[in-house]
Structure formats: structure tokens, C-alpha cells
Design a protein around this ligand. Sequence first.
Ligand code: ZN
Length: 443
Amino acid sequence: MQLQTLPYLQSSHNSEIGEELYQLISKLYPICRSITGNGFRETLNIINQHIPLQIHEVPTGTQVFDWNIPKEWNIKDACIKNSQGERIVDFANSNLHAINYSIPVRKKVSLAELKEHLFTIPEYPDWIPYRTSYYQEMWGFCLSHNQYLELRDEEYEVYIDSSLEPGCLTYGEYFIQGKTADEVLISCHACHPSLCNDNLSGISIAVFLAEYLTCFQPHYSYRFIFIPGTIGSIAWLAINEENVSRIKHGLVLTCLGDSGSFTYKKSRRGNTEIDNVVTYVLSSSAEENKVIDFFPYGYDERQYCSPGFNLPVGCLMRSPHNSFPEYHTSADNLDFVQPQYLAESFFKCISIVNILENNRVYYNQNPKCEPQLGKRGLYEADIDSQDRKLNRMAILWILNLSDGNHTLLEITQKSGIVFDEIKQAADVLLKYNLLASSPKDGL
Ligand code: ZN
């Protein structure tokens, strides 16, 4: 599979794909999502317009390892009314105003009592914080600190028209059958309401990556999952425990639409193929990047990399969670993510997939001394059959290191030659039967 040669991926199409990624985010942005409920289902229905999802419903109370699937939460409306009956804090203006998983409430309260249920960010007085209370039943509102300061000492009415009842946790899955049963897992949390970088950017890129891979029969099988954070990956792992050994590589995608440089958080094992591939892809570009070791906080990699699973799953981000002030606030909006950054992130993912797909181990079929390249026309040859310049050093490196113990990426790293030239030289050697996927009989 030669992903990089497709017209869809030429640089002139950057802005086009960037706009498409952004449009999907814009469509998903207004929906009030949570770890369960109809906002999550509506999100999956929109994703389903791009890729046919298998939708799973896990009933409330189902035990998943040490956890239980919580009650399902839905919300229709929420507001704080002043003594004149004006809706001064209104869910219709921002779904961040109601604390996610607030229990229903309708009552008159004093300013003092109201304040016990209000949350703001004094350092950023125009922004509304994003807060959740999944596992502790409570009600509350989030608002800008400026609005909070304007509250007068009067009687208020608080109203949250929500429901917290037995139902289901919903998640979506899309599977692409490759040539092998070995799988690449792409995981996105899809439980945040109107927040763009965390997590709509990851969802959008995963959807287009899935759509793109559907055009091929890739070497690996690819499994895309759209799950609520934490409880979703725990549920998914509990349900799929018997099959997780098929996962050979995995990525959690999130925070991929902001202007920050790329950050890759390695898997717990730290030296897996996905770790090496992403590190190589990021270091191959002139842009600044950071590769950080695994730590047990962050996104769903925490569950995939728990010691009982220890899967080769890393996390690709631009600015990591908590490192930008807009994180988990109303400022993580449609201005904070931009098509050009989304497009760059998308192409990084394509580059990663391209190397994973082509990173094979080969065997030199003539390992006793160097084969005579000249008599095959390979020593003096400048170009391959597609008129691409052949790198003779790449040929010599591959022949020397194709002993069944080195992948093409490892040969790339040892030789200092770029992966594409190593891959191209390997293709030529395969064509001349100097290289094969298995050792030669008798050697
Ligand atoms: Zn988050």
C-alpha cells in the first residue's frame, strides 16, 4: 500500500481536508454529550453518516471490572432565574452551564445557597468552566466569573430538567478487515459536550482516517472506537477482553486541532513499534515536538496500559490536556481549533499508518557475502521502474540488516536514510528476489 502517493494526500488538498475536518467538528459542537445518554447517541448517528458504526448499548448496573455502568443521564433544559423571572444563566446559550450529570432540581434559593452550587474560573473571568459529577449525585451550574460577580442578593429559582435513570452506556465501533487479523486500535473519547479540541478534534480526525482507510485493503485490520472517557474504555476492555491480544498497535487521538506543537505520550511499555513509529514521524519533520513517557493520568491510554492489559497504545496530541488554559472551558471552542492544524494532524496520522503498514521484516536471500548487484543492473541503476531515484546505500543497508531481526524502520534509524527511500529500495530488492518475507530454504 502506497498511501503517500494518492492524489487525495497531495499538499494542494490540505485546506480541503482541513475544512472537512472542521465542518464535522462544527456539526458536533452544539450537542450536549455526556458519558451516557442521547447526546452521545446523536453524536454516533452523525459519525455514522461517514462510516457505518456498530452501536453497542451496555445496560446500567453491568459490572465492568471494578466498576459498574452508571445510570443514564439526559438533559432538556436548565436555567437560573432572577426574582424578575429572567433566565440569567441559560443552558440554551451554553450546555456547559449545567454541571454534567446534574440531578434534576426545581426550587427557590437564596443567593448564599445558590453560591454553594456555582463554579467559575476567576483567572479567566469571561470563560465558563466544564464540570462533571458522574459518580456523586449533585446539582450545580457553571458560569463566567464576571456574571457571578453581578449576582445581587435576591431570591433565585434554579431549574434543571434532567433525568438520571437506569438505561445504557452507548459506544460505537467501526472495523476494517485487513489482510491479517492483527489489529490497530484507534480510540477516541466522545463524551465531552461543547468542547472542540478535547475531544471533537480527535473524533473528527479518527472519522476521516477511517473513511480514508476504507479505500484500501490494508495489511492490518483497523478498529475505531468512539467511547465515553474512562468508563467507556473500561467497559470496552471488559467486553472484549478475549480479543485484545489481536491489538498490535494503538493510538488514543485527542487535542489535535490547536496551534500547539505535537506531543506523543508513549505506551507504558515505552519501546513498542507504535512508540518507535510515532517518534520517527514526529522527529522527521522540522517542527518542534515532544515525546513523553507514559504516566498514569490523561485519557483512555490509562486503561489500555493498566498492568493487566499493558497494550501497545500511545496517545497523540498537539497541546496536552491541562497544558492550555482553554482546556475544559468554554474557550475550547470553534475559534480555538483551526482547519490548518486539523489537516496537519490528519497527515501525521496518515504518515504513522503508512509506516506501520509498510514496516516489515525481511530476509536477505543471498546472505553469504554481498550479492553481485552489477550483474542485475542494480549497482549502476539510478532509478526504479517508477522513475524514482534509487538510493544505493539503502540497498546495502537492507541487504545487510535483513536477517529477520530488523524492521524497515529499524534499518531506517540505523542508516539515517529516510523511510520512503528504504521502503523503495526494499521493493526493488523484493522484485529481484534478493529479499523475501521468509528465510530461504537451506540458509
Ligand atoms: Zn477532557
